[in-house]
Design a binder for this molecule. Sequence first.
Ligand code: CP
Ligand code: NVA
Length: 332
Amino acid sequence: MNLKGRNFLTLKDFTPEEILYMIDLAENLKAKKKAGELHEYYRGKNIALIFEKTSTRTRCSFEVAAHDLGMGSTYLDPTGSQIGKKESIADTARVLGRMYEGIEYRGFGQDIVEELAKHAGVPVWNGLTNEYHPTQMLADMLTVREHFGKLKGLKLVYMGDARYNMGNSLMIVCSKLGLDFVACTNKKYFPNDELVAQCQQWAKEAGSTITLTEDVEAGTKDADIVYTDVWVSMGEPDEVWTERIHDLTPYKVTRHVMENAGEKAIFLHCLPAFHDLKTKIGKEMGERFNLTDMEVTDEVFESQQSKVFDEAENRMHTIKAVIVATLGEPEK
Ligand code: CP
Ligand code: NVA
């Protein structure tokens, strides 16, 4: 498998074999890291990290991965560069492409990361847009495979806003890798018809299914993975909170949902999560809406079934794999 020179913008652009190759590569790199085996493949090379939205996991993953690979990295924060203010994306891409071997971009529309990729002349990696979060998918699938020892045939249920980056991306990766995908949510939040139709085609080829349902009992019954995300994403207006809380509260991941899924089920969340609004974090939100939690209860989040920190760790190993795959694996 050779992905050298490729952009990593959405998993729609990758075959199941290519996706599995990156997950396998991540597994190898993780084993090397755990064994303390140096893998500084790209000494003297550098990557640029553009963040127009905030981040903990994605930024740290790119920085640690770069460091482990022997590379330098430059972090451009949401306010500290000329991008989108004094300078176009196309000009930025051409400048950074002269200095760096690869560019990560986190921001708003998918069209922006595509524009960057068109002009950069070096691989561009999507670190989250409104539409997709592809690096998160590799971490999620690695976590699922580590836990269950397989991917094909498992049932993943996504509860929450399934029209946005996480819902879209999970539906894509499940349909490509043969997991049954269920969007279990208020129908206002179902993914768009065009993407559903496309994923149904991939699912058919992989021997899996796509289901959209408002029925929590049927939707989550016998699920292997129950997944959720924040109800309001970065960049969305504050005014939507009241409506989201009203519409999505029936789709909160509770102990009842996990029991309905069954003992073997695991809970995943890309994080950050609003699971405890009693403490300082989110306290203001909790008081504003008189809530103690949002998309998941603290009980589920802190339970044995929750694998969210394995998942968070795997962001780093899988992002490293994306860098290695697209810059080209070193000669053996
Ligand atoms: N899951 C995720 O992308 O986290 P960050 O926003 O902290 O990068
Ligand atoms: N849907 C969330 C994901 C955060 C990792 C957001 O876009 O804010």
